[in-house]
Design a protein around this ligand. Structure first.
Ligand code: 5AD
Ligand code: SF4
Length: 485
């Protein structure tokens, strides 16, 4: 798409019906309007985005910024305290506190809009797929100009155009989509690494989770579209990609010509110039022996697997609708460790799911001790309206949850620091990601197993893979020294 010249698009007639041509038409229309505004004001028009939540949202934001830049907006950094002309919040609703944060920000935006009535405020993402949220915003936050959901981010230009030409708030929330619109602009955050969507949505309906309701049913992208995207990224300097999906292990099941995730990985592996492959997230119930085999023999797939456990109690796992029990999970984790000994395993754990007893919690601790995760994201159960778990009566008291959460965190951290110590003194391939936040003489990079290391070096190393000896383990990260290649 980046080669499409919007100035050559005929905007005199009716908009095309087919996508992405329709969006190119609206992008060209908006671009003409923006260019007029820029001339009138004698300065650039600034846009800013805030992204909450997961890697999927981060990727969606890159697409949204890609469109905004095509329209003629100049992107502002998060630190820039200038007032944006267009502000977009890409929201998350997986846990309640993500929603609360957005309402907090809206209060602040109201004041900003009072000072600058021309500012456009847009909200999109998972939270907007909840009807109660949209009702609340319509009632209590009427200054919001644009609301759209997860299925129509590709329509940003069309929605902005409607807002400008009607002068009214535009709300478009779709319930679902079968389409995947390819060939739209994108503004990548990093030059050397990129997320690549391989599928959208989730069919699993874990009983606590809102994702299937706000992201819809599973839709896989065609392998050729994925491969072409990655080839273009590599030609553009990308060395590491992260394949993104809510449950990558069920990739390809709904394609006209079904293809397993493991087969897709072998196709991606063949792309010349690509150095590292990561993926997120794997549901344990669908993780195949074929995948373990492919990972074991791959030269490019990183030695890291995120394998959400959620709970160690077979009883709770059943009520969560996870389709595995404690024994099956441990067996799978052990098989992976046996087959790929240097793999780093990470997980997600929920504490305080309705009905969780002390015994259930001890099962979770037991799995943590047996599997020994390199790190774990621990979450306090959050009641999401519309999910089956929200209606369960035996909710766990907050003080009990807090106590369990602290005990779990302590266990996770102890194991994690023991494991990081084992690598001290060894040398690893490290992809340099950035100049160190605190000391400009240092850079920060990532090992294949996803650990972070800081070491002396300059900006010119960003995007390069170098050898680094790990000198010290500091809990979550290492300090190291770069070695001669
Ligand atoms: N409460 C707490 N954590 C949740 N997650 C998903 N839904 C909820 C919820 N209602 C966690 C799961 C999932 C991660 C992305 O978020 O652990 O793997
Ligand atoms: Fe939510 Fe379960 Fe789907 Fe993950 S697999 S997105 S936890 S429903």
């Amino acid at each position: 798409m980046n080669e499409i010249n919007l100035d050559l698009i005929d905007t005199t007639g009716e908009p095309p019906v087919a996508e992405p041509e329709r969006q190119y038409y609206y992008m060209a229309k908006c671009r003409a309007l923006i260019s007029e505004k820029i001339k009138k004001l004698g300065r650039p028009l600034y846009c800013q985005t805030r992204t909450f939540g997961c890697q999927m949202n981060a990727k969606d934001s890159e697409k949204l910024i890609g469109i905004l830049k095509q329209l003629g907006y100049t992107e502002m950094s998060q630190e820039d305290n200038r007032e944006p002309d267009f502000i977009l919040y890409n929201t998350c609703t997986v846990r309640e506190n993500a929603n609360l944060k957005v309402y907090g920000h809206l209060g602040y935006l109201k004041k900003q809009k009072a000072k600058n009535p021309d500012m456009i405020i847009a909200l999109c993402g998972c939270m907007m797929q909840e009807p109660e949220v949209v009702e609340k915003i319509k009632k209590s936050y009427r200054f919001v100009d644009l609301i759209f959901g997860t299925y129509n981010i590709y329509k940003l230009a069309e929605l902005i155009y409607e807002n400008w030409t009607t002068g009214k708030s535009v709300i478009e929330i779709l319930d679902s989509t079968k389409d995947i619109v390819e060939e739209l602009p994108i503004e990548r955050k990093f030059s050397f690494k990129s997320g690549v969507n391989i599928m959208f949505g989730c069919n699993n309906f874990c009983s606590y989770c809102i994702v299937p309701y706000v992201r819809g049913r599973e839709r896989s992208r065609k392998p050729q579209d994925i491969i072409n995207e990655i080839k273009n990224l590599v030609a553009d300097g990308v060395v590491e990609i992260m394949l993104l999906g809510q449950n990558v292990n069920s990739y390809g099941k709904n394609l006209d010509e079904p293809l397993s995730f493991a087969k897709l990985l072998t196709m991606v592996e063949e792309i010349e110039g690509l150095e590292r492959i990561r993926f997120m997230t794997s549901h344990p119930k669908d993780l195949s022996d074929e995948l373990i085999e492919v990972m074991k023999h791959s030269k490019k797939i990183c030695k890291h697997l995120h394998l959400p456990m959620q709970s160690g109690s077979s009883h709770i796992l059943k009520v969560m609708n996870r389709h595995y029990d404690k024994e099956k999970y441990i067996e799978l984790a052990m098989k992976i460790k046996r087959e790929i000994p240097d793999i780093s395993l990470t997980t997600d754990i929920i504490v305080g799911f309705p009905g969780e007893s002390e015994e259930d919690f001890l099962d979770t601790l037991d799995v943590v001790r047996q599997v020994r995760y390199d790190s774990a994201y621990t979450f306090i159960y959050s009641k999401r309206t519309g999910t089956p778990a929200a209606k369960m009566e035996n909710q766990v008291p907050a003080d009990v949850i807090k106590d369990r959460f602290d005990r779990l965190l302590k266990e996770v951290q102890t194991i994690s620091s023991e494991l990081t110590l084992q690598n001290v003194g060894k040398t690893f391939d490290v992809l340099v990601e950035d100049v160190n936040e605190h000391d400009a003489d240092y850079v920060t990079g990532r090992l294949s197993n996803n650990s972070v290391v800081h070491f002396k070096g300059g900006r010119e190393l960003i995007g390069k893979i170098v050898n680094v000896r790990l000198d010290q383990a500091k809990g979550f990260y290492y300090m190291g020294t770069m070695e001669e290649m």
